[in-house]
Design a protein around this ligand. Structure first.
Ligand SMILES: [Zn+2]
Length: 266
């Protein structure tokens, strides 16, 4: 049996290039509610300099409480305390901002990402991550996916302590320990790619048709540009298979978000 999945936009970005979203999954599992990424929160907009940093100006962020994950969880009729696990693709501010609203939840990330964001940041990573978002002493659970396969990706790990239908697939490049999250949505797979790509054309073999500003920003932000582009090539290979039982999307492409929301629930 697959898992019931809700698609939430937990942070609209009105950049000069495009309207973008923060695509968050809310998953109903026997082990409680699970979020994949968490968008931004009220705490972020109350303390924007410390928690969102200078990028908030570039990304045209504006607080909309209806978008905060905690308020969407409530609006769907759930108790926020039932969110037991949050799986983060990585710990940039537009993905990790919501975790402080769920202080009891376990926060699942790769060990490489925890190292870059929390334990041993480089000078560049010290600037990149907004540690104020992690100052509530979150219950971080680190994973080192290795040896298990998901599709053609060799470094994957079923998060069996949550549900075997949730798989962490390492996909570094954008950040040191970036990962994608695959979710068994009942006979089909959803693949949340976080920031492994920003625009759908990047994995459709149409890189030239990606807005320049978006590409430039992503190239500047990449922890390892070579790995970032290699992984986009691998996602392109996966996309080319046109598997009707696989839906690939990312965190910020608003078109992919709309398509995911509109797709029939199986
Ligand atoms: Zn992002």
């Amino acid at each position: 049996m697959g898992l019931r999945v809700h698609h939430l936009n937990c942070g609209t970005m009105n950049t000069s290039v495009a309207r973008m979203v923060c695509h968050v999954l809310l998953i109903e599992t026997p082990a409680g509610l699970v979020l994949v990424d968490s968008g931004m929160s009220g705490a972020d907009f109350a303390e924007p300099a410390a928690r969102l940093g200078p990028m908030r100006h570039v990304l045209g962020l504006a607080a909309d409480p209806q978008e905060f994950a905690i308020n969407q969880v409530r609006a769907l009729g759930f108790d926020p305390r039932d969110v037991r696990h949050i799986v983060l693709t990585h710990m940039d501010f537009d993905h990790a901002g919501g975790i402080s609203d769920f202080p009891e939840a376990q926060i699942h990330v790769t060990s490489a990402e925890a190292l870059g964001a929390l334990r041993g940041p480089t000078r560049h990573e010290r600037i990149r991550y907004n540690t104020a978002q992690f100052s509530h002493d979150p219950k971080v659970v680190e994973h080192s996916p290795y040896g298990e396969r998901w599709n053609d990706f060799a470094a994957a790990k079923e998060l069996t302590e949550i549900d075997p239908g949730i798989v962490l697939v390492t996909m570094p490049g954008h950040s040191r320990g970036h990962a994608c999250v695959a979710v068994d949505d009942g006979g089909r797979w959803l693949l949340h790619c976080g920031d492994a790509f920003d625009h759908r054309n990047e994995i459709r073999g149409l890189r030239r048709r990606v807005p320049f500003g978006m590409k430039a920003q992503a190239y500047l932000n990449a922890f390892d540009l070579g790995m970032y582009l290699d992984n986009q090539d691998r996602l392109h290979e996966l996309w080319k298979q046109r598997d009707p039982n696989l839906m690939i999307f990312n965190a910020h492409d608003a078109t992919l978000f709309d398509e995911s929301k509109a797709a029939p629930v199986s």
